[in-house]
Write a protein that binds this ligand. Sequence first.
Ligand SMILES: *Cc1c(COP(=O)(O)O)cnc(C)c1O
Length: 430
Amino acid sequence: MTEGPSYGFDTLQIHAGARPDPATGARQTPIYQTTAYVFRDAEHAAALFNLQEVGYIYSRLTNPTVAVLQERVATLEGGVGAVCCSSGHAAQIMALFPLMAPGRNIVVSTRLYGGSITQFSQTIKRFGWSAKFVDFDDLDAIAAAIDDDTRAVFCESIANPGGYITDLDAVAKVADKAGLPLIVDNTSATPYLCRPIDHGATLVVHSMTKYLTGNGTVTGGVVVDSGKFDWSASDKFPSLSAPEPAYHGLKFHETFGPLAFTFHGIAIGLRDLGMTLNPQAAHYTLMGIETLSLRMQRHVENANRIASWLENHPAVDQVTYAGLPSSPYNDRVARICPNGAGGLFTVALKSGYEGCVKLVDSLEIFSHVANLGDTRSLVIHSASTTHRQLTEEQQIAAGAAPNVVRISIGIEDADDLIADLDQALAKASA
Ligand SMILES: *Cc1c(COP(=O)(O)O)cnc(C)c1O
């Protein structure tokens, strides 16, 4: 399809980045299951390696199936380019890699996916990086946490597991004032519900494992660049603004302008870190994205109904869904997530930790799994699983207290889901 920012989301989710295969006319994007690509001649090969010509060299760097997915997600997010990665966690490292160096830090929200809390609080220390965790509803605290060594601000749009909505416009202003990029993990919202770049985000990361693919078949991630950040405005981002020693002194920002981050991600990030998405996985994700808006509409519709029902159930202490009028985040829905507050929330039970364990063991349609964003309804007791590595204080700050279960509402019949929850809640409170 030719460029058309005037096309609507439903059209772009099917067509962006794709065109009939030039070799065969195949209408669906083929799975280019190949490692390498034949160079036309030695001159062509040299031009590709010099980044003077864009083309395919080796599938650790680029692959035609993956390239369609990159363009599709970049288009849906309103970015200029995207780099697909082998998982959401890989995408987070790939987003930080060009910005960071030993001794540098990031300022991140306390309300994150449990795995991200562990990645940022523990694992990145091995690279000499660190993270400062702050309540992102407290804008002064974000500003106060930023120091001379800070290189990025990181949060989730709809935060896992509680479904809290971050005031992206306000957080972007704080990052902007400090001359720092804002990175937003848009996994739980997807570009159908929220477009972080429209609210000031510099980079958007996704775990495509979740709603983008939508049916629990692959792991994948992506980093989307808005193309709007001026990497040369300060000397804080030498990998992008100064001669890059890892690419014979190429100056990425000067050479590629708004595509600097994307080119760096492929030419250095994928080349040297190798967190590449494979073409088969890209195919599954492309299939999923074709129906993204339809699925998200149903996720939201079901979540609204089920969250309201749960809120009035005698066994339930609290429901965190931002789509509920009782949520302190309800007034952010229309501004940040105009198409709805997503399908993810937590439920606190009066019967505590034991009740939660009984609930997950009694549900029949809901699967007890460490995943979210599937067509199937899923449930997890975070405190005994995904957030188990954290202290109770961290669990509570992350919205995963011991008496809380996380629910990812699928696209099944809402009546069936309510009946299943009803019978399981009866057992959990018995
Ligand atoms: C699952 C998830 C991740 C990690 O993604 P993987 O694909 O599992 O590596 C990161 N952020 C959020 C919000 C997630 O839900």
